[in-house]
Design a protein around this ligand. Sequence first.
Ligand code: FAD
Length: 538
Amino acid sequence: MTEEKTKVVIVGAGMAGLTAAAYLMKENYEVLVLDKNDKCGGLLRTIQSGDFFFDSGPRAFVNSGIMKPMLKDLEIDEEFLENKISIGVEDQIFRVESMDSLKEYEKMLINLYPESTDDIKKIIPIMNQLSEYTGVLYEFDNPNFTHLMNDKNYIFKKLIPWTFKFLNTLIKFNQFKMPMEVFMARLTDNQSLIDILIQHFFRKTPTYFALGYFYVYFDYFYPKGGTAAVVDLLKTKVLDGGGEIKLNKQIVSVYPAEKTVTDSSGESYSYDQLIWAADLKSLYRFLNPARLEAEISAKIETESQAMLASKGAESVFILFLAVDRPTSYFQTKGGEHMFYTPSRMGLGQTMRLERENLVKDFESKTKEEVFEWVDQYCALNTYEVSIPALRDTAMAPEGKTGVMISCLLDYDVVEKIEKAGWYGEFKETLENRITSIFSESIYPGIADDILFKFSSTPLTIKQVSGSSEGAITGWSFEGNVPVVNKLADIPKSALTPIPEVYQAGQWAYSPAGVPIAMLTGWYATQKILKEAKRSRGK
Ligand SMILES: Cc1cc2nc3c(=O)[nH]c(=O)nc-3n(C[C@H](O)[C@H](O)[C@H](O)COP(=O)(O)OP(=O)(O)OC[C@H]3O[C@@H](n4cnc5c(N)ncnc54)[C@H](O)[C@@H]3O)c2cc1C
């Protein structure tokens, strides 16, 4: 007699859902992954346009001591390419090679803001210190995926000493968890300097994360074939292991009393356990709590209110350019991956207040006023620039280059613009404005060599991933974060008050990103395995 397999349904075939599926396959579970899209990967995509390939999600990955060991643990073999970061302001650019590059950063900032030399000399050592702490977290392969727990040498010589450093780092980070804006204002009153240092992070990012990010710059890597190569490999792993992935299945109802989910065409799927690896607000919107015990229903109601009252983080605008210039042209101008600010002025507090006013009081603004704000926002912002073919030459035709230029942008601004009927014009204005800013600064005359261009907005992102407010990395730091946000508590991130339902992905823990999506996917599977062991022992 064969034992009947436990059936786990996973909603969401992004990095979290696919990781959970791949791990459950290893444990011989029956796995069904459902996704509303016609492709796996969620926010993580490599898209083809003509002979050009672009990454429309992350530009590259940060290993964080998680991604590479986890892929190895899953026996996923992948070729990783180098991904160096450059930082540029106006005509000054440097490449981040090591922590020593902070000296170049200091030099650049002093050149730009000589009047704030003393402040810069205070700020840089703090960045150095926090980056070194970040290094403690990122340099060590997550012990859950190394399988060295029987190796005494590893435990006594590596793991235990590292654990002390890790615990010390958590204490230090706790002292720097205030919003970066608050901390920076204590160090300098030069708003432009503050902006240049932090305006590419989400608003109210904890100080330890923003000022400790310098270490992260050399933790990036790029998979051969583009970021979505990882998605394809994970998908193949699931399918080869006998798992099933059904695409174009949008789940619109979750009924825990019956242990079923139902898609938009009315088809139902039963589960023994469910992993929700998609937007968490939608889980609570789609939940049918009928026939659950009163105590459980009350807990669900509390959780639901917290989730629905919270907000997703900022979204992005991405400009995709196919350029009739060889990749070598871009090599000396920031290279493959750069954070570039065309103006040393920075967005400024006034500009930020204007954004708030724009959202609050949109109806009273004229189209000209709104577009004027857009114009200034583009001129003063910081951009993330990425060139896939500078890591992998196959990503663009010979002699030509695909360039992605993106900046943070709020979903609610774009939503209001769309409601006003100006969306098409807005997109085109932004595309042209950003092109001309780059044409007049770091890439002179590039506007004349563009073969084609297109763009994606926060609305596109919401549509692709079903992500609330078009958020690209889960919850906003500006309000209440309704999920676990302490590293020490991360194993609990997979738990929900709903019987037999677990959660995973960028909404399950904050701050998030690809490594956290994968890690929470793994934690969800660990909770399922632990529960199975517990019930077998009963
Ligand atoms: C432009 C951009 C830049 C980024 N940069 C970085 C970076 O530098 N570093 C980093 O770590 N991260 C970055 N991220 C974030 C990272 O891509 C995400 O955090 C991560 O991919 C989230 O994975 P996930 O599986 O949790 O969710 P998702 O990728 O959102 O996957 C969720 C899946 O669920 C599906 N789904 C949703 N609702 C339903 C439903 N009702 N029924 C069925 N299916 C449903 C969606 O179609 C989707 O496939 C970036 C993202 C973007 C867009």
